[in-house]
Design a protein. Sequence first.
Length: 113
Amino acid sequence: MAEKIIVSTLDFVPGYRVAEHKGLVWTSTARSKNIVHDFVAVTKSLAGGESNTYRHMMNEARKDIVHGLAEQARMLGANAVLGVQMSSTQIMPATLDIYAYGTAVVLEKERRK
């Protein structure tokens, strides 16, 4: 089984030290809303409350982003991505670009004294 890649917004992982720097990794995904989602979201906003439709779309996009960062790190021979930053922007009406970047590194367990 392949080693799990750690993806963290921290610049360190407690109990580990950075043994090797592999470089910058990044990924993005574009998600578009559709008329059905828009109708449901507008209806929900008029009544008040959270738009589960958009929340679900953004959460799925974030999962894809984390997976993409992990895969790029694995291809570089890293076992972690540190300092991860995520953001999103509207690239055209009804289309969001969700992107992230971080630093691929090799982590080693710290030795106890």
